[in-house]
Design a binder for this molecule. Structure first.
Ligand code: TMP
Length: 206
């Protein structure tokens, strides 16, 4: 028996990190994030998010994929094989959306690169926390990183890219309305996980 792999996705300041952490806690799952999650990945994260860094789009896509390859090899696949559930704050869809739809690299090339990086591993469920861009921008509390400093048009392309992926995905995706309070969003996440994977998070809490 292997564990289940759930990825949380969404624009910047969508609230997905709060939801991903809570879900991991309730499931007793391994929690990780992208880019990052390993020693190599965290140093790539510093490079990728640094507001001083100037990166060509293809360099950015390759470094995101490198972080992903290391994370799958070192943490995600071994955890799943040891029958542990894994929750990741971002995965392949982030590259398709940020490097593909929003930055303009061919989405199919970015997908191929990611599939190479993960050796074919895909999430059992991707949960998109969908929030209108103006609302998520108003929720920011920290200094913007390189991606957060992008234009509103860039973030609109991120949002519509995610919605396009969710609509056409062959793998299981759930779109959750992230505009309510954290508690309301948590309830929607629990419902999505219960519907798709048969895991009852609400019950785990009581
Ligand atoms: P976050 O984890 O705090 O949301 O920040 C990660 C940033 O990196 C976010 O702006 C999205 C971006 N990103 C990509 O552009 N491509 C990727 O493949 C991943 C995983 C993240």
């Amino acid at each position: 028996m292997t564990g289940l792999f759930i990825a949380f996705e969404g624009g910047d300041a969508s609230g997905k990190t709060t939801q991903a952490r809570r879900t991991a806690e309730l499931l007793g799952a391994v929690f990780t994030r992208e880019p990052g999650g390993t020693v190599v990945g965290e140093s790539l994260r510093t490079l990728l998010l640094g507001s001083e860094t100037s990166l060509a789009f293809r360099t950015e896509a390759l470094l995101m994929a490198a972080s992903r390859a290391q994370l799958v090899e070192e943490l995600i696949r071994p955890s799943l094989e040891a029958a542990k559930h894994v929750v990741s704050d971002r995965f392949i869809a982030s590259s398709l959306v940020y490097q593909g739809y929003a930055s303009g690299l061919p989405v199919d090339d970015v997908r191929d690169l990611s599939i190479f990086a993960t050796d074919g591993l895909l999430p059992d469920l991707t949960i998109l926390i969908d929030v209108p861009v103006k609302l998520s921008m108003s929720r920011r509390t920290t200094e913007p990183d390189r991606f957060e400093s992008e234009t509103i048009e860039f973030h609109e392309r991120v949002r519509s890219g995610y919605l396009t992926l969710a609509k056409h995905a062959l793998e299981p995706w759930e779109v959750v309305d992230g505009s309510g309070s954290p508690e309301q969003v948590s309830q929607l996440v629990d419902d999505a996980i219960s519907k798709r994977l048969g895991l009852l998070l609400g019950d785990a809490r009581s």
